[in-house]
Design a protein around this ligand. Sequence first.
Ligand code: NI
Length: 131
Amino acid sequence: MLIPVNIESRFDDVTALWSPKVIGRVNDQYVKIARLQGEFVWHAHEDEDELFLVVRGSMRIQLEDGEVTLRPGEFVVVPRGVRHNPVAAEECWVMLIETVTTKHTGDVTTGRTRSIEEQLGEAPTRPAESA
Ligand code: NI
């Protein structure tokens, strides 16, 4: 029996900022949701593209050659290897599609890096720390 997933409702389970939660899997891609506010960290994913879809609020993705602004219902795919830094002036709800092997902070590890076990809800979520 397939049960529809209401994306907005799933945000009830997400309290910490910058701490993605896996809400689905399609082949080798995870569907994740996250609440963002402030500035994340510059990083890249060498071998993996990454999709950002804004559900509520707005965000910017800083890129080395400029930036893109996303509003509800809009998405971009950041190509593999492209350095990027997500920024949200006010709280923003996003859905992400990431390869299961993708580290959400890419090639850097910070106080905000969350293990896949934390993202899957298999380990307790720690509060957001500054980058
Ligand atoms: Ni990324």
